[in-house]
Design a protein around this ligand. Structure first.
Ligand SMILES: Cc1cc2nc3c(=O)[nH]c(=O)nc-3n(C[C@H](O)[C@H](O)[C@H](O)COP(=O)(O)O)c2cc1C
Length: 166
């Protein structure tokens, strides 16, 4: 398959956008065409052959832009190869073990017949929006726990599946 892939993301503080860009870069390096775009700016997925949707985790839920995106484009997503990712844990846990999707994402996975979901570590740094973010940072629990080696490895697997697609 010579695929055109959309990597749509929901982010508040930008770290999930950087993960999406890294995934799109790997897809391009592996011969695919890929756009990484904020989920809320995508009007239609009709020009894409496959889609990756990612969202930051907030209070046990996917970012609202990612939730709305899979609701709004459900029918088109169910007809395409689809991968989901979340980014959240502010500790090394995501690099140490598989973290299952939160319940809402699990439901979307089943409903849309997504091929796979992965949880990547999150990132929260000085300047993040919101008072809860400020509290987390003041308590010393912020940091960047994204593992770009693991992110790129996962993206290579997505690319391999797409390039082997009949
Ligand atoms: C208010 C708030 C709530 C959060 N809730 C969760 C959560 O429920 N689970 C989790 O794994 N991470 C949680 N996090 C960490 C974020 O998911 C992490 O910072 C993520 O990288 C944010 O993505 P973004 O920079 O794309 O917005 C929370 C962070 C904040 C500030």
């Amino acid at each position: 398959m010579t695929g055109n892939v959309l990597v749509a993301y929901g982010t508040t503080n930008g770290s999930t956008a950087q993960i999406a860009e890294a995934i799109a870069d790997v897809l391009r390096k592996n011969g695919l065409t890929a756009d990484a775009l904020p989920a809320r700016t995508v009007a239609s997925v009709s020009s894409y052959d496959a889609v990756v949707v990612g969202g930051g985790l907030y209070a046990g839920r996917w970012h609202k832009d990612a939730r709305r995106f899979v609701r709004r484009h459900g029918r088109a997503l169910a007809e395409r190869p689809l991968w989901l990712f979340s980014s959240g844990p502010l500790d090394p846990s995501a690099s140490e073990r598989d973290i299952p999707p939160v319940p809402g994402v699990k439901k979307a996975m089943v409903r849309l017949d997504a091929r796979e979901h992965v949880t990547f570590g999150g990132c929260l740094e000085e300047g993040a929006k919101g008072w809860v973010a400020g509290m987390i940072l003041r308590s010393g629990k912020g940091g960047d726990f994204r593992d770009f080696t693991a992110i790129e490895e996962w993206a290579r697997r997505v690319a391999a599946e797409l390039t082997d697609w009949d």
